[in-house]
Write a protein that binds this ligand. Structure first.
Ligand SMILES: Nc1ncnc2c1ncn2[C@@H]1O[C@H](COP(=O)(O)OP(=O)(O)OP(=O)(O)O)[C@@H](O)[C@H]1O
Ligand SMILES: [Mg+2]
Length: 234
């Protein structure tokens, strides 16, 4: 078997759980409910690429360029210099202007992604992007087309997605977990007795990779996400 070339996520413990990182040219979803650190994980992934001299596109439907740069800054990641030098493009798509945004996603985005030559692409969040489409068939087509397009360019992609409230391991639009090559699930665990909320992570799937399946605790600090790969919680 040909060993897969790996791309570091920028998060030590997670790379360890993956046996080195995400396979190059794969599309990985980070799923979790609000505030679990999905955007932060996307920032780590992009920052790591920048540190390696790669080019990247960060597509955001929530925050504008300044807010994304400020988020990264709060974790000690300086993304501004890469934006200024043209290595990083932070692209804000408007989730409320469905018609216009769909048009941009279908007509301008493919050419832009091809021409820019990014090694890494982050979409934060694919759930918001998908909300622009009326029905499941259109959502599925969009998701499939977008991930195919990205993979054809040779880029490695991380998409964030929100989870359903009734099942924290399934993305709100259930298709994502099937379409993506890999899924990392982030969740809160409430310990009512102790009055504590812990964060835990698991790799639900990662095609073509022998990965750790154990649930691992992680924390969010001034330095971003720290996965405690050496610790067990269950
Ligand atoms: N310096 C810090 N120290 C500790 N925790 C922090 C720090 N900065 C942010 N956080 C935590 O991380 C959370 C934000 O993470 P992030 O924005 O990546 O989550 P998200 O899953 O993208 O959320 P959303 O669903 O709102 O987009 C904050 O709500 C806060 O709990
Ligand atoms: Mg977010």
């Amino acid at each position: 078997m040909i060993s897969m070339e790996r791309v570091s996520t920028g998060i030590n413990g997670l790379d360890e759980m993956l046996g080195g990182g995400v396979p190059r040219n794969h599309c990985v979803a980070v799923i979790g409910s609000f505030g679990t650190g999905k955007t932060t994980m996307g920032l780590h992934f992009m920052n790591e690429g920048m540190r390696n001299g790669e080019r990247g596109i960060f597509i955001t439907l929530e925050e504008d360029e300044d807010a994304i740069v400020a988020d990264a800054e709060s974790y000690g990641m300086g993304l501004r210099e890469y934006v200024d030098s043209g290595k990083l493009v932070i692209l804000k798509l408007e989730p409320t202007d469905a018609r216009n945004t769909i048009r941009r996603v279908q007509s301008e985005l493919p050419r832009f992604i091809e021409e820019f030559g990014a090694q890494r692409i982050v979409i934060d969040s694919i759930s918001l992007l998908n909300m622009l489409y009326d029905n499941d068939a259109e959502k599925r087509t969009n998701l499939f087309n977008l991930s195919q397009l990205i993979k054809q360019t040779g880029a490695t992609c991380m998409m964030t997605a929100e989870v359903r409230d009734d099942n924290p391991h399934a993305s709100r639009d259930g298709l994502i977990v099937y379409t993506m090559d890999g899924v990392v699930s982030l969740r809160y665990d409430e310990d009512r007795e102790r009055g504590e909320v812990g964060l835990s992570l698991r790799i639900v799937k990662m095609r073509r990779v022998k990965h750790d399946r154990r649930i691992k605790p992680y924390s969010i600090t001034d330095a971003g996400i720290k996965v405690h790969a050496g610790a067990d919680i269950y």
